[in-house]
Design a protein around this ligand. Sequence first.
Ligand code: PRX
Length: 668
Amino acid sequence: MTGAASAQYPAVADEKFLPPDAIVERAYVQGLPAYRELYELSLSDPDSFWSEQAKTLTWQKKWPSPICKYNLDVGNGPVHIAWFDGAETNLAWNAVDRNVEAGLGDRVAFYWEGNDEGVERTVTYSELKSTVCRIANYLKSVGVKRGDDVTMYMSLVPELPAAMLACARIGAVHSVVFGGFSAEALADRILDSAPNVVITASGTMRGPKPIPLKTIVDEALHICEGKGHTVQHVLVLEQLPLSDVNGSMKPGRDVMWREAVDSQPDECPVEWMPAEAPLFKLYTSGSTGKPKGVLHTTGGYMVGAMVTTKFVFDIHPASDVYWCTADCGWITGHTYVTYGPLLLGATQVLFEGVPTWPDASRCWSIVDKYKVTIFYTAPTAIRALHAKGDAFVTRHSRSSLRLLGSVGEPINPEAWRWYYEVVGGGRCPIMDTWWQTETGAHMITPLPGVTPLKPGCATLPFFGVEPAVLDEKGNELQGPCEGMLVIKRPWPSMMRTVAGDHKRFEQTYFSAFKGYYFTGDGCRRDADGYYWITGRVDDVLNISGHRIGTAEVESALVSHPSCVEAAVVAVEHAIKGHSIYAFVTLMTGAEPSDELRKELISTVRRVIGPFAAPDVIHWAPGLPKTRSGKIMRRVLRKIASKEEDQLGDISTLADPSVVQQLVDLRGK
Ligand code: PRX
């Protein structure tokens, strides 16, 4: 998507929302001057800034100076980034044991709400420690060692973050795959990291719909076997009875959680890991090829997760109840469910379900039930709830709320205002956090006691983050401007490589503009120095806050025997932000029909997952291409959004008559 979203924002919004006194008084950073001073320090003396933050955590071995060693310039040799190199620590120790040792064992770590109302559990820090140790002992009993991969495919139950922490405890590398991905997509991810163990559950409900997780894992493992990788062990948490989701157990490979884990000892020593030891892989879509395994490492990620959670959400662990609605299958669930809040000893809500089930008041009834003070969600959820009307919100008190957050895509000012006025009652600042799977933690974001807010704007850089805006030629723009968003220096939680493909890492992020990390996003900087993210400038789609590569959807469509070529673009959608619009060219002899349309959509669901399904299939006898054969998506976007009167210059098209042909076929 190019900066399609930018049109909806004013160039400079004068309207500012100042933080209420009650927020400023208790904030860790009070006021813009204090922020600016600390921000300057974080850039001029990173050693002292980050040492000060890192020392609040436990390290088995301290780091030598300099705190960061790096090269981001492909012209100067391989790109490498190392933070706290030479130090040793353990994430699970810091997130769990450290809190128990500090006397917080009885503090609630998770209030878990299941998909269905009335299904709930409470997990204290001591209980979490026992569960983490038991899972870690199970993993050791099946031969998992430091550096080994473990894949997880589950819904958001407390066992999921516990399993992630169990890996971290013994130095294994977790790879969580969102439970909405299809068997084929799961198989791709398993094949890439080649784990011996997969952790899953029998099945669960998402809203009113059963999700047969174990059966999907079986299918994925069958695909993997056909491609030469056999997973030795599958650990199955029994949620729905296995028979209810037509699941079965394979003797010798599959074990039930209660048999394999519950009987394990509840103590397990931690492995002290080098700061640069891999912590996890998380697969995400790029503009080309298969999803890539974004690799994050231990020390820098830990510090980045802790520091951003602390400052951006201004968490005071003894009194706050924090709730991030993200699933652990996405980066937000990694950093702002599993790691950040636990590193601070905070109490949080874990919610397995969806915000509209059983109705649109579910979130607010959970807020009241647990007296949630900090609520963090995605614009797509906000828009979906807004569409249902205010009554679902206002029938609950929400008086405990003091801070709101948004992540995943640009939040349109209308949704922002509704979130602010109706959900937050006009008293809760909204932290519109811009970041990415690759960045590991918040990058551009307001701070509660600091930043005057503008609806729809991610505002100012976090400590240690030095953004710049470039024009297409790579020149740095000054002052108010619009261009490509890059980052000029490394930050602790930055990804270190693409698992198994360092060249792809260098090519994707460091080859477009030498010496800079290229985000793939466009942005505008206004006269106040605020950053407005305008959306992706590469071929990555953002649908309901989920990242999907155009190439992935196109290759799924082309895998259908009747499809010879496909091109997908994003069009605006009231709830999802954008939806997928696919132009499909059929094989000679294949005829367009409603049935074929359904088959094509279900092919995408099967190959990637339901969330990647196109909303529209537009039959295309030909696609607009340049003479060198490049598809002109700009033209397709205009046709899809009925703006063919604004096509601009199409003289470079190999066959301009294709355009009229496509316009005539719209809606057919
Ligand atoms: O385009 C930006 C958008 O989401 C992309 C990153 O997607 P992903 O790696 O899946 O991570 C999502 C959760 C961090 C970015 O390149 N994005 C994320 N947050 C925002 C955003 N766009 C505008 N405003 C945001 N707050």
